[in-house]
Design a protein around this ligand. Structure first.
Ligand code: UQ1
Length: 420
């Protein structure tokens, strides 16, 4: 960086930054062949793959958080079946060794200059950029939040600060409504809000409190689940277990002091309905990160030419499938060859339906089932529960994050050999 530019930057960002710059040696490296934004599942997975492709010294990952969490297990944390501590590891331990961890927040992407500015004013230039910033949580979009979280009966399994409140509220349950919500925004895992309802039902039955409880699932979607095959099974479960489902109900306000939640009817604008609750578990409103390619880079007409991008879905099974394709694409681009493979939209969702059963939903972009195992996966199965609770976390930490797991595609083909 030129002295003049650094001076300007110091003027713009203050003395602390100047000092920081001076103390970092003049030879501090601020250029990487591959720069990865975000140290979540996508960012760490791609860092590992890029390290293997081009050497650790050529890769840097920008991530401000000290901790990295395996979020799929939070459903079970909310139901008391796993601890939150078991879900986290330090970011330092998951950044591949030798890869530079830039512990800052992205402040600006400048695709014309192939540079990124972080919140401490550092400018990093790159040859190739991977944006894997994931989704941001927006509890503040609901009136009465986040301050409502001071109340013990308001929980949400999607943030490390609030996930344990769900389990506490479940244990303290006496009588009344337990309300579960699904927001009107893109979300990471569309199955999650109903998983915690099934676990709540199982817990209340186990503890003899179910008769005093109404379990209510208010979802903004027009369906219980987007893939008919699994939705049919879920409707059967909902009926058998006496769970109330209200479609097109979107949470707009939580009145913590009165233990009331206000929902709007998405089919009848302006019409609202108030639900009293003893306990409410909310799926958070989410949005793409402000620097996600879909928001920002589209706005600059895809001026970044050499860019790899992950899609807007961000759960780890999707990242597994995408990371393999993205690596392949990058390898082709590096060799000046044409990318030859596209991500097929593979998504999976282990739908936890009790403390020892799971329906393993797997499907493609068109919401058609795309199942790995040669059995009917729409059935509740114990084996799938143990896969979800015990096997998949290992696959995540030791396979996916090391860049070694590209999803179950090859196994699916193997298991279905000769079946078509
Ligand atoms: C998967 O690969 C994955 O990522 C590690 C998950 O995230 C937690 C999953 O939930 C699932 C179901 C898969 C797919 C794996 C198999 C064996 C079907």
């Amino acid at each position: 960086m030129s002295a003049l530019r650094r001076l300007r930057q110091c003027q713009a960002t203050g003395i602390a930054v100047c000092r920081l710059h001076r103390s970092s040696s003049a030879s501090a490296k601020h250029h990487y062949k591959m720069l990865v934004l975000g140290g979540g599942s996508g960012g760490i997975t791609m860092s590992a793959r890029m390290k293997r492709m081009m050497g650790a010294e050529n890769v840097a990952v920008v991530e401000p958080s000290e901790m990295h969490y395996y979020q799929p297990i939070w459903t079970l944390v909310g139901a008391g079946a796993k601890t939150v501590a078991s879900s986290g590891r330090s970011t330092a331990s998951v950044v591949p060794s030798g890869v530079k961890w830039v512990k800052s927040k992205v402040q600006e992407i400048n695709p014309d200059a192939n540079t990124v500015r972080t919140d401490d004013g550092t400018e990093i230039s790159y040859e190739y950029l991977i944006v894997a910033l994931g989704l941001q949580l927006h509890y503040e979009k609901i009136k009465g939040l986040p301050e409502g979280f001071e109340h013990p009966k308001i929980g949400s399994n999607y943030s490390v600060q609030t996930v344990e409140k769900t389990w506490k509220a479940l244990q303290d349950f006496k009588e009344g409504n337990a309300v579960f919500t699904f927001p009107n925004t893109p979300v990471k895992c569309a199955g999650a809000p109903q998983k915690i309802m099934y676990l709540t039902d199982a817990y209340l039955r186990k503890t003899g409190k179910r008769a005093k409880a109404n379990l209510i699932y208010n979802t903004s979607l027009p369906v219980l689940f987007g893939v008919k095959k699994y939705a049919d099974s879920l409707w059967d479960i909902v009926k058998q277990r006496d769970l109330q489902v209200n479609l097109r109900h979107n949470l707009i306000e939580v009145r913590a002091d009165k233990q009331e939640a206000v929902f709007e009817n998405l089919d009848k604008p302006g019409e609202t309905k108030v639900f009293e609750f003893f306990f409410i578990s909310m799926k958070c409103f989410m949005s793409l990160h402000q620097w996600d390619p879909i928001w920002r880079l589209k706005a600059v007409h895809w001026q970044i030419r050499r860019v790899g991008w992950m899609s807007t879905k961000t759960t780890s099974n999707i990242i597994a499938a995408q990371s393999a394709i993205l690596s392949r694409t990058i390898r082709k681009i590096l060799k000046n060859e044409k990318p030859d493979k596209k991500y097929d939209g593979y998504t999976s969702c282990p739908l936890v339906t009790s403390y020892n059963t799971v329906i393993l939903a797997e499907f493609d972009y068109n919401n058609q089932p795309l199942e790995t195992f040669p059995i009917n996966q729409a059935k509740e199965r114990r084996l799938m529960y143990y896969m979800k609770a015990d096997a998949l976390p290992h696959l995540y930490w030791h396979g996916l994050l090391k860049g070694l797991w590209g999803g179950p595609g090859p196994y699916r083909k193997l298991f279905h050999l000769g079946m078509k």
